[in-house]
Design a protein around this ligand. Structure first.
Ligand SMILES: NC(=O)c1ccc[n+]([C@@H]2O[C@H](COP(=O)([O-])OP(=O)(O)OC[C@H]3O[C@@H](n4cnc5c(N)ncnc54)[C@H](OP(=O)(O)O)[C@@H]3O)[C@@H](O)[C@H]2O)c1
Length: 265
């Protein structure tokens, strides 16, 4: 049973309450379009899980860290999103094959006026992704690959058969161009599921609006990554705690950036 520590409540948190807690800011209902826009780009929510010792993986994957409450929140976040965005490293490590949401979620999304399935977008500079992989074969919607104009032409041609391959920058993939592309597609509620390099890159670009962080009551040990990687931003991004839920010793924090009006570009 999930309960709330911040704001404190003795009532168990059901799915309706989760929808309200995790509604994207600027929406007048959990599935509504964003009617105000603190920035003129899509709203960027990250979702990560970490062990109590800071490890972002157990046995090389994040799946070993989760519990039932984390899975419930994970599913709610996907229900509410226009697009699930991931780095190529996470797709290579975790597969990301098949549906991102289950039958109930698709029905719920359709009844709420959303596309039955969220879009899926992958960031990759190298395009080192196999077009024959299950990720593409069983994708419920045509994936979008966000790359640079400098990406290997042959790989771009091969992937164009199974995905929309979109340049987002001349030599490197640039965060403002990624967000502009998602915005052009009407995908304004972004759920980024990692991995660490993507969070690091978006933090440097000052384009992280929210971090949903599950802390698992585990010592993962080992040399696994933490949830963010790469060079530091010039200034750390200040966050405020919007809510804190708990179940079975796990903590589910929802952090929002302290100043919503700073721009990504
Ligand atoms: N704990 C969690 O919640 C969680 C969540 C997600 C992932 N993970 C774990 O994290 C590990 C993967 O880490 P990772 O850092 O490799 O994953 P990642 O951030 O998903 O992927 C990194 C890759 O994404 C592409 N990329 C990201 N930002 C880019 C940019 N600005 N420009 C160009 N390319 C960019 C590059 O792909 P190319 O190499 O194709 O150019 C880069 O190698 C896995 O073990 C996974 O299980 C944990």
């Amino acid at each position: 049973m999930i309960t709330a520590l911040v704001p404190a409540s003795v009532d168990p948190i059901d799915d309706d309450a989760l929808h309200r807690i995790y509604a994207y800011p600027g929406t007048d209902r959990p599935t509504g379009p964003r009617t105000d826009s603190p920035t003129d780009r899509p709203y960027v929510r990250f979702n990560f899980i970490a062990a109590a010792d800071g490890g972002a993986t157990s046995g090389g994957l994040s799946a070993g860290l989760g519990n039932d409450g984390d899975q419930r929140i994970f599913a709610v976040l996907r229900r509410l999103a226009d697009v699930v965005l991931v780095g190529a490293g996470t797709v290579r490590a975790e597969g990301y094959e098949g549906d991102l949401v289950d039958d109930d979620a698709r029905a719920w999304r359709s009844a709420s006026g959303l596309a039955p399935h969220p879009a899926i977008a992958v960031i990759s500079g190298s395009l080192d992704l196999d077009p024959a992989a299950g990720f593409f074969r069983s994708a419920p919607v045509r994936p979008v690959i966000l790359t640079s104009r400098d990406a290997p032409a042959e790989r771009r041609r091969a992937l164009a058969a199974v995905a929309d391959v979109v340049p987002c920058g001349p030599y490197t993939v640039q965060v403002p161009a990624i967000l502009a592309e998602l915005g052009r597609r009407g995908l304004t509620k972004v759920l980024c599921e990692g991995g660490p390099s993507v969070l690091g890159g978006f933090t440097r670009a000052d384009a992280v609006d929210e971090l949903c962080l599950s802390i698992s009551p585990l010592l993962a040990g080992g040399d696994g990554p933490r949830i963010s990687a790469g060079a530091s931003p010039s200034v750390p991004v200040a966050l405020t705690l919007s809510s804190l839920l708990t179940e079975d010793g796990a903590l589910y924090a929802l952090y929002r950036r302290a100043t919503l009006y700073r721009r990504a570009d």
